[in-house]
Design a protein around this ligand. Structure first.
Ligand code: UT7
Length: 333
């Protein structure tokens, strides 16, 4: 791993809506059960945003906690990156709303969409700006209100997802080992149909200005669950193997693995194949479900605050999702 231009974790934060939707809370008309959801996914409950909550407001709360943990002020930030597939609106970016909420200088702020892989894409972009010396401290947020795009009459998707946000503040490495990292990003748009959200809140293009266009079209998140399941197991195995090989490490050298919080069966199937002790796996999907771009930073914040991870630990981050996109990282936090 590179030692000279690392990106160090300075602080983490998260924000979860107070309202919990337990498996037993779904209406009988959905024709599901606590037993089915737990045994097929590992999920017991998920958080649902209150009427006034948005991805930006949850992201802002997570960002404030991350700055507090880093003992920094908004004025110390040089850039804000927000990974989300559920921005409050198309324009402006959620990152700009977070910037305004924090009261920052006019630093660059932008969103990225790499679905559930978005946070790792964001972290990797932040590392590049820090590596070149053009930024000293960057806020990277993963924030989602997936309950806005989930069809609550579709049992194959609505039981899986939850709302929440996580954030990290990163800065230049200390030269003492903390901050060493290796990130690798991937995408394959030929499998775009596996997970798809068609034109939410966007009208179809007008072929002529006179053509009437529907005003109330809104599609929900659609997914080929079985194909995504197979893709996810294969991808975790490949990413972990590649990460360890590229960094010349073995599972014993990794203190904690934070996989995208997707499905306990997917995580179990992949890691059983990889000979990783289960106590090295950070999993909280039983309480929060899949929060897409927010899942890794929420889990990282929980790991830091509960002592499962500490400064100097070597963590393995694994993400995959719509696009399709996927990414892996080894990071000495
Ligand atoms: O960030 C990436 C996002 N993607 C994902 O998280 C998806 C990954 N895929 C999965 O997690 C799993 O494929 C699911 C949890 C979505 C589905 O589990 P599965 O074991 O692959 O089930 P299946 O799709 O093979 O469906 C088995 C049965 C079907 O009924 P029939 O056709 O056998 O009668 C489904 O209709 O289970 C039924 N089913 C449900 N039954 C009760 C699907 N969802 C539910 C449900 N409650 N919520």
């Amino acid at each position: 791993m590179s030692t000279s231009f690392g990106v160090m974790l300075l602080g983490t934060g998260s924000s979860l809506p107070a309202r919990s939707l337990r498996n037993g809370d779904f209406p009988a008309s959905l024709d599901t059960s606590d037993e089915w959801i737990r045994s097929r996914t590992g999920i017991g409950e998920r958080r649902i945003a209150a009427a006034g909550d948005t991805s930006a407001s949850l992201g802002l709360a997570a960002a404030r906690r991350a700055l507090e943990a880093a003992q920094l002020d908004p004025a110390d930030l040089d850039m804000i990156i927000c990974a989300t597939v559920t921005p409050d609106m198309m324009v402006p970016a959620a990152a700009c709303l977070i910037q305004s909420g924090l009261g920052c200088r006019p630093i660059p702020a932008f969103d990225i969409n790499a679905a559930c892989t978005g946070f790792l894409y964001g972290l990797s972009i932040a590392a590049q700006f820090i590596r070149t010396g053009s930024c000293r401290r960057i806020l990277v947020v993963g924030a989602e209100t997936l309950s806005r795009i989930v069809d609550f009459s579709d049992r194959t998707t609505c039981v899986l997802f939850g709302d929440g946000a996580g954030a990290v503040v990163v800065g230049a490495a200390d030269g003492q080992g903390r901050g060493e990292h290796w990130f690798r990003l991937y995408a394959d748009g030929s499998r775009a149909d596996y997970i798809r959200l068609n034109g939410a809140r966007l009208r179809p293009p007008a072929s002529s200005p006179a053509e009437p266009r529907p005003t109330d079209e809104f599609d929900f998140l659609r997914m080929n669950g079985r194909e995504v399941f197979k893709f996810a197991v294969r991808t975790i195995i490949e990413l972990v193997s590649e990460s360890l090989a590229e960094c010349n490490l073995s599972p014993a050298d990794i203190d904690l693995v934070i996989p995208h919080q997707v499905n306990q069966r997917i995580i179990d199937a992949a890691f059983a194949d990889l000979n990783f002790p289960t106590e090295k796996l950070m999993v909280n999907l039983d309480r929060y479900g899949n929060t897409s771009a927010a899942s890794i930073p929420i889990a990282l914040d929980e790991a830091m605050r509960t002592g499962r991870a500490a400064p100097g630990d070597r963590v393995l981050l694994i993400a995959f999702g719509g696009g399709l996109t996927w990414a892996g990282g080894v990071w000495t936090i």
